[in-house]
Design a protein around this ligand. Structure first.
Ligand SMILES: *[C@@H]1O[C@H](CO)[C@@H](O)[C@H](O)[C@H]1NC(C)=O
Ligand SMILES: *[C@@H]1O[C@H](CO)[C@@H](O)[C@H](O)[C@H]1NC(C)=O
Ligand SMILES: *[C@@H]1O[C@H](CO)[C@@H](O)[C@H](O)[C@H]1NC(C)=O
Ligand SMILES: *[C@@H]1O[C@H](CO)[C@@H](O)[C@H](O)[C@H]1NC(C)=O
Length: 966
């Protein structure tokens, strides 16, 4: 799945605007993974972290019958299915939307048994299942009883005799299911077109919902060939993984319908199936005989919103064919944008499904970050066509390899599609820094899980977290770098060729990479791929590498954000890693990788010799670790930043800032030292260092925007950001043009949002004027600037501005525009507007249910809305909990979001009271988040006590320096 599954776009947007969200380090303590259903379409660190806890291992079940176990017995292996489904796009007389279906599965009996277990969830079986034997010589036993198992999601068939090993059988079933709006299995999505309500029947199977569409052996290693047929209303379009093979008319009862038969699929896993019936339109092209089609609502296709995706899909597919040295395995690649979709996107083989914001692009509404999201998410899903779909991990415990891999190579694919963007660098902000925050907690977990620990659907779902996606991506990038891309892809190709149409485990990949290493004598590793990678995969966390440039001593230590936390989980490697260190000395890149294989080592070359000599390690942040130095070297690096910052690569300037702030949080260096890394920013024009600084300064805003530190801090930051603001003012001819570079466009947005945030009057005037012109004359604001301008103008304005934006929100026809407005509406400073907006969030005709949490969290991010949102959540807890208890409503995001500013004794007491008052109602998926919020509040109180005075006087001094003489 695209990483939208766990990232929070909404929160991302607001951070950018208010600058108040989520630096990695705050999240760090706030961490509960939650399935917030959107994707960060912004280059912002999201505020929800990744999961840090694991569900307990295999839950004990009272009895030990095969159907009480969550894993299928190994007795039956499917070969092919023949599935016919008929979704009804109109409700039946009881108001229910349903689908009917029948299915035949041919399976082989590999271990003699008198029991058939096949997954089936929420299906009503309308006929008794029928079992027949394929070989005429063998008679099939008859079915004694047929029982659904609700908890383990099986249809259990007891037979009056044994199935014979080595023989083939057919099991035929007929069933009815609900086409619910629950975003899982076969479900329905609704939208309005020209005032008419339209219904789409669509699917999301991953990880365990194919069993909600038809009875199947629903485990990724149970690959089979699928013959799919869809029955649908005349005039509608039916799509599935294979190409449409034939279409005919059918009279069923009194109804004339259409029947579409699809070409049989390749041998594949059930979680990659897709069935869709809609009246969508499409555009298409053909690239090297592969048919590429983009489907969406008719009005979106007519408006040309699919064109960008169509333009990029072919080149990205070609790129991956080259990268994997393997032809795209299917004759077609369909991509479809759905109005209701849980994740960001889903890599169904041959029919990829997307959220609308992840596929549809409109020049006049979409910002550069909207566009970037489309390119990267297409690349992510297309990467899975081989890695994941052609070769599939045997069980979900290896999910990290599947998603980590796609999350790494999505940058390579997108870079190929948009070579001018420098997008590959962004993995450092979006994945490495982001997951550092989560993985620096004592409650983090290793990438790899044991197969037996992952059994229940909920345990599987929990694996879709920041560790799997972002840490997976980070360590694979590190691996590809120290092997070299040439050797990495050689191993990859051999892995794909060996396991094509089958399954593998992650060590199979290491084996094939090792073979590639052995065939390339120029690659020298200190140990095997397996042994090196085990230190990154089998233990949680990552090291901070400390280099003492006076002695050349290099040491590593498990980096913990909270130095007082205790690690209770033992590691097979005692929290030591085999660390590849790329480094430079006083502007000269060292060509060899320095490997650190023990707790400590002496590297003579890393000794500095003169007062201007410096060492910088982890060049381009290719390694998954933080770096600390002796104080002298820090001082020299700071001196280089303020005199010749370009002699340090931009990615490393971003890293110096991020490392320093996090080392300070961990009390390894003084907080003032971290603040000093922001002093050179008045000279900085590059995006990455600025973004890194703003992410880290967010924590200071959260802690101090209600205290006396705020004034001097604002004054200092205004001084730092003004040159950047003026730089962009000139570059864009007084804000009339947009800078050509993709990252420069982001930094222009940073310049405006930060300048306005510090209260720079020229900035406030600019955003007010642009917004007023839009209100008065309809003159459009450039999409790149909309989020920032909307938010600041609404913050500076009153009811008129708010009402205008609200009506625009209700009118918006493209999802990305609605998103921008929905977050900006939370920026007002008027308590009554904020309170009314809070009320709207619980009215699903005004704010869709899936957007309720993030809207409340936006409001809490606004310093004026913080306490209102907290009061609101406290007062309505029972209602919210009962009304929104199921499905996609994320209580952990909500609790983390409304409490992230908490930093006083009083707030701590309130939080504890809240916990006590509602213990009967419960906190559902927010239970852990609540405890973590309490922990975080305690840690914030401590941090403020220890740092407030220093920070205040530092800002006061710095704000006064070089003040123009009056
Ligand atoms: C699949 O089932 C349909 C009817 O249920 C039948 O017409 C068709 O021949 C079957 N196809 C295969 C490959 O068995
Ligand atoms: C399945 O059966 C249950 C119990 O009879 C019924 O309430 C439900 O509506 C049925 N579902 C469908 C889709 O027919
Ligand atoms: C592809 O689109 C063109 C129009 O651009 C159309 O003529 C052609 O029939 C389409 N092909 C398919 C297979 O949809
Ligand atoms: C798609 O490609 C065509 C042809 O190269 C180009 O004219 C068009 O502007 C592109 N559209 C988008 C949205 O990128």
């Amino acid at each position: 799945m695209g990483k939208g599954f766990f990232l929070s776009k909404p929160v991302g947007v607001i951070c950018m605007i208010l600058g108040a969200g989520a630096l990695a380090t705050i999240i760090a303590l706030s961490v509960v993974y939650s399935q917030e259903k959107a994707k960060n379409d912004n280059q912002v660190l999201p505020t929800d972290g990744g999961t840090t806890t694991k569900a307990p291992a295999t839950t004990a079940v009272p009895s030990n019958e095969p159907w009480d176990k969550y894993r299928l017995p190994k007795s039956l292996v499917p070969r092919w299915y023949n599935v016919t489904l008929w979704p009804r796009l109109l409700p039946d007389e009881t108001g229910l939307y349903i689908f009917t279906g029948e299915s035949t599965v041919e399976f082989e009996c590999v271990v003699e048994t008198d029991l058939i277990l096949i997954h089936s969830n929420k299906l009503n079986h309308t006929n008794l299942a029928r079992l027949t034997s394929v070989d005429s010589g063998v008679k099939a036993p008859s079915i004694k009883s047929s029982l659904p198992q609700i908890e383990t999601q099986y249809l259990v068939l007891k037979l009056d005799g044994k199935l014979v090993k080595g023989h083939m059988y057919h099991l035929h079933t007929k069933f009815t299911g609900e086409l619910a709006d629950d975003l899982g299995g076969f479900y329905r999505s609704e939208y309005f077109e020209d005032g008419v309500k339209k219904v789409v029947a669509t699917t999301q199977m991953q990880p365990t919902d194919a069993r909600k569409a038809f009875p199947c052996f629903d485990e990724p290693a149970m690959k089979a060939v699928f013959h799919i047929t869809l029955i649908h209303d005349i005039g509608t379009v039916a799509l599935s993984n294979g190409k449409q093979q034939e279409t005919s008319m059918l009279n069923l009862g009194k109804q004339n319908v259409q029947k579409t038969v699809f070409e049989p699929t390749e041998k594949m896993s059930t979680y990659l199936l897709a069935f869709i019936v809609s009246d969508f339109a499409h555009i298409n092209n053909t690239v090297d005989e592969v048919l590429i089609r983009i489907f969406a609502r008719k009005s979106a296709i007519d408006a040309g919103q699919g064109q960008y995706a169509l333009n990029k899909t072919g080149p990205i597919l070609k790129f991956f064919e080259g990268y994997y040295s393997s032809k795209y395995p299917l004759p077609k690649s369909d991509q479809i944008a759905l109005p209701d979709f849980n994740a960001g996107a889903m890599e169904n083989w041959g029919l990829i499904t997307y959220r609308e914001t992840a596929l549809l692009y409109d020049e006049s509404f979409s910002s550069n970050s909207n566009k970037e999201r489309i390119a990267t998410i297409i690349a992510h899903e297309l990467a899975h066509m081989w890695f994941g779909n052609l070769v599939t991990l045997r069980w979900w415990n290896d999910l990290w390899l599947n998603e980590g891999f796609a999350s790494y190579v999505e940058y390579l694919g997108a870079d190929h599609a948009e070579p001018d963007w420098n997008i590959k660098d962004l993995i450092v902000l979006n994945d490495v820094h982001r997951v550092f925050a989560v993985d620096a907690l004592a409650s983090s977990h290793p990438l790899s899980s044991k197969e037996e620990d992952i059994q229940k659907p909920a345990q599987i779902s929990e694996l879709f977290d920041a560790i799997s996606y972002s840490k997976g991506a980070s360590v694979l990038r590190m691996l590809s770098d120290f092997l070299s891309e040439r050797v990495f892809t050689q191993g990859l190709t051999s892995y794909l060729n060996t396991f094509a149409f089958g399954n593998a485990v992650y060590t199979d990949l290491w084996e094939h990479l090792q073979m590639a290493v052995d065939n390339n004598t120029d690659i020298k590793l200190p140990d095997t791929v397996n042994n090196i990678m085990n230190t990154w995969v089998l233990q949680m966390g990552f090291p901070v590498v400390t280099i003492d440039t006076k002695t050349g001593t290099v040491t590593q230590k498990h980096f913990l954000l909270d130095p007082d936390s205790t690690v209770t989980v033992e590691s097979p490697f005692n929290y030591e890693w085999i660390v590849p260190i790329k480094w430079m000395k006083t502007e000269v890149h060292q060509t060899d990788i320095q490997w650190l294989q023990a707790k400590t080592d002496i590297v003579d070359k890393m000794k500095t010799t003169g007062p201007t000599d410096w060492v910088l390690a982890n060049i381009n942040v290719l390694g998954y670790y933080r770096v600390n130095y002796d104080k002298d070297n820090w001082d020299r690096l700071l001196a280089v930043l303020s005199t010749k910052h370009n002699s340090i690569p931009a990615i490393n300037r971003a890293q110096l800032v991020d490392d320093a702030f996090n080392l300070a949080r961990a009390k390894i260096i003084p907080t003032v030292m971290a603040l000093k890394t922001t002093k050179y920013l008045n000279l900085e024009r590059d995006y990455m260092p600025w973004k890194s600084a703003l992410n880290n300064l967010d924590f200071f805003y959260l802690m101090f925007d209600r205290s006396e530190v705020y004034g001097p801090m604002q004054k200092y930051l205004m001084k730092q950001v003004s040159p950047l603001f003026n730089f962009y003012k000139t570059l864009t001819a007084n804000w009339t043009k947009i800078p050509p570079g993709h990252l420069d466009q982001y930094n222009q947005q940073n310049a405006i949002s930060m300048a306005c945030r510090t209260g720079l009057e020229e900035c406030t005037t600019l955003t007010k004027t642009l917004f007023k012109n839009w209100m008065d004359t309809g003159s459009q604001i450039h999409p790149n600037l909309r989020s920032t301008v909307y938010c600041n103008a609404i913050a500076a304005g009153g009811a008129t501005e708010w009402e205008f934006a609200w009506s625009e929100f209700q009118k918006a026809t493209i999802a990305s525009e609605a998103e921008k407005l929905r977050s900006a509406l939370s920026c007002t400073k008027q308590p009554w507007l904020l309170n009314r907006y809070l009320e709207y969030t619980l009215n699903s005709t005004l704010i869709r249910k899936q957007d309720a949490t993030s809207t409340i969290v936006y409001i809490a991010s606004n310093v004026a809305g913080q306490s209102l949102a907290w009061d609101f959540v406290r007062a309505r807890w029972t209602y919210i909990f009962n009304e929104y208890g199921g499905g996609s409503f994320s209580f952990s995001n909500l609790i983390n979001g409304v409490t992230k500013r908490f930093s006083s004794e009083y707030e701590l007491q309130q939080l504890k009271q809240f916990k006590a008052d509602n213990s009967e109602v419960g906190f559902g998926s927010g239970t852990l988040a609540l405890d973590q919020s309490i922990e975080r509040t305690i840690s914030n109180i401590k941090w403020i006590t220890e740092n407030k005075q220093n920070v205040l006087s530092w800002f006061e001094t710095e704000a006064k320096l070089n003040e123009p003489m009056l």
